[in-house]
Write a protein that binds this ligand. Structure first.
Ligand code: 1PR
Length: 531
């Protein structure tokens, strides 16, 4: 029996599912007394530091948690829960942490690296632990903008460190109290094994004698991610299917292309080694997700068997239903997170928010990006950009950010800008991709999913010019998307750009290129991967 501290924030469903998958029964904490009584307590920290501490405070969990940790009863903390052990964090100034460990958690500071760190990174084991008795360089999934370091007096807690520009604490353990900065429940088989080791020992993370402690200092490296994307919509007979467009046109002879069932395909991609799965509800701009229960069900079912990060997009915006009930975009996102999403992606609504922001240069706190980021953290908010090229003869012909392109336009134009679109590419806006990406970063987005309508479904390779153009304008991670047709295209996009991840749909759905082959090609070319 494992007791889960689910205080209603973020995606706790994945932790619950992972524990269930490992054959353990989950009992929920319902009162502060349960925190003390539990045999083995799992404490997932999802969201911003301030919101996690606020919820713990609200529910009266802070005192019992401190007491439990001080009396060395088994606790496993995940992500922000590791940070919560400290006195506070730069993320939420003035908010007190549990204060078990000295010092403040700080933001990553290397200006050459994207923040948040989103991706799979390794560990340097600093202590012999039964949890890692067979550690062989596996990578685990990290997603965070803030990182902890230990004061001299707390060094005995150090279980593992990881490098991201600087070395930070990725695992702490003393006696029966363990915490990881990464997400074992989202780290595929390696994560499940680690979690299983913990649960089997009932949290009694006995230190044993093995030779797995890293010999000497090995710098860990974050992997470039390979993402499988599933565009989902109802077909003409009302079934929810995975479809795929050619330059966003998903119909063949008038029928919506049907490339498979969402839950089954997502599972296949997980088993084949996808580092993340993205679902885009491509009719989300006109359907309302809270009424679109099948999509939520897809997410719930997928998260039962898929233990890598899940992103979902489509229809994240405020909405008033036919009964006049109002939903904020935060309500919509919360439903997605509760159903198993780790990140949400915002398309059309991000364009409207960016346009408002560009008019005044002021943040109102009301946009969907700000609302969701404030509660769930920037790392949970992805912006899906749907741009297409607009060619011009000279940069002076437009107010927009242009590039000189090596692929001239139909009239020989040597310059172009990337016009953002809404409603699934149907409507162009007076907004370019750089304006959108940088405004959304300022509003609190944590990642850019950079599609390209011109390239979508063409199998002709990614648009490097677009990726570099946007990547140079932001300091958050960028996912290159649209146009993948071969393993070489993945190698090339990571060579020619600094994108942190590359996403593809058609070639995986049509079984033209296995995900394993993509990873092998990347590895052969010296690109860091998660094996
Ligand atoms: O506007 O917040 O409701 O979100 C709607 C979401 O649905 C947006 O993220 C938008 O990108 C997506 N979307 C809307 N219509 C379409 C369409 O195809 N008709 N799909 C669509 C976007 C692009 C990628 C695709 C890559 C890779 N699809 O997701 O998977 O281009 O494809 P490839 O590897 O086959 O080239 P909102």
């Amino acid at each position: 029996m494992i007791t889960l501290l689910d205080y209603g924030a973020g995606n706790v469903r994945s932790v619950r599912n992972a524990i269930g998958k490992l054959g353990f029964t989950v009992h929920d904490v319902t009162s502060p007394e349960d925190v003390l009584r539990a045999e083995c307590l799992v404490f997932p920290g999802v969201g911003s530091y301030g919101s996690v501490m606020e919820r713990l405070q609200r529910d009266g969990f802070i005192e019992p948690l401190i007491e439990r940790i001080q009396s060395d009863k088994p606790v496993l903390g995940i992500c922000v829960a590791l940070q919560a052990l400290f006195e506070g964090s730069e993320e939420s100034p003035g908010v007190a942490g549990l204060g078990i460990l000295k010092g403040q958690v700080k933001r990553f500071s290397d200006p050459t690296l994207s923040v948040p760190q989103i991706g799979w990174n390794g560990l340097n084991l600093r202590k012999q632990s039964a949890l890692f008795s067979k550690y062989n360089g596996e990578k685990y999934y990290f997603v965070h903008s803030y990182r902890a370091t230990l004061s001299l007096e707390d060094q005995d807690w150090l279980l593992s460190s990881t490098n991201y520009g600087e070395e930070f604490v990725s695992g702490v353990q003393r006696g029966n109290v363990t915490a990881f900065q990464f997400h074992p429940e989202k780290s595929g088989e390696a994560g499940l094994t680690l979690l299983g080791n913990y649960l089997k020992s009932k949290g009694n993370s006995l230190t044993i004698s093995t030779d797995t402690v890293s010999r000497g200092f090995r710098e860990t490296k974050v992997a470039k991610r390979v993402i499988a994307c599933l565009d989902v919509r109802s077909n003409d007979t009302g079934d929810l299917v995975v479809t795929k467009g050619d330059q966003y046109d998903v119909r063949d002879n008038g029928e919506v292309r049907n490339l498979g069932k969402p839950v089954e395909l997502a599972r296949r991609y997980y088993e084949e080694g996808a580092d993340e799965i993205t679902f885009l509800n491509i009719t989300g701009f006109r359907d309302f997700p809270m009424e679109d229960q099948p999509m939520l069900e897809v997410l719930r079912k997928t998260s039962e068997n898929v233990f890598v990060p899940l992103t979902i997009g489509g229809g994240i915006r405020e909405f008033t239903d036919s009964n006049g009930k109002e939903y904020t975009s935060l309500d919509v996102a919360a439903e997605y997170f509760r159903s198993g999403a780790d990140k949400i992606s915002i398309g059309s609504d991000a364009c409207y928010a960016a346009e408002e922001y560009l008019k005044t240069g002021r943040k109102t706190g009301k946009s969907s990006i700000e609302q969701i980021s404030n509660v769930y953290g920037a790392q949970a908010v992805v912006i899906s950009v749907d741009p297409r090229r607009v060619y011009v003869k000279s940069p002076e012909d437009t107010e927009h950010n242009t590039i000189k392109t090596v692929f001239p336009g139909p009239g020989g134009e040597e310059y172009c800008w990337y016009q953002c679109t809404v409603r699934g590419g149907r409507e162009g806006r007076d907004l370019d991709a750089v304006q959108l990406a940088s405004s959304c970063e300022a509003l609190g987005a944590g990642e850019i999913l950079l599609n390209c309508i011109d390239k979508d479904g063409t199998s002709s390779g990614f648009d490097f010019e677009l990726v570099n153009h946007v990547k140079n304008a932001v300091s958050i991670p960028v996912i290159a998307s649209s146009g993948a047709g071969s393993t070489t295209h993945f190698v090339d996009v990571f060579r020619e750009t600094d994108a942190e991840a590359a996403l593809a749909a058609g070639i995986f759905h049509r079984r033209e290129v296995p995900i394993r082959a993509v990873k092998e090609a990347m590895e052969e070319n010296g690109i860091e991967i998660r094996k």
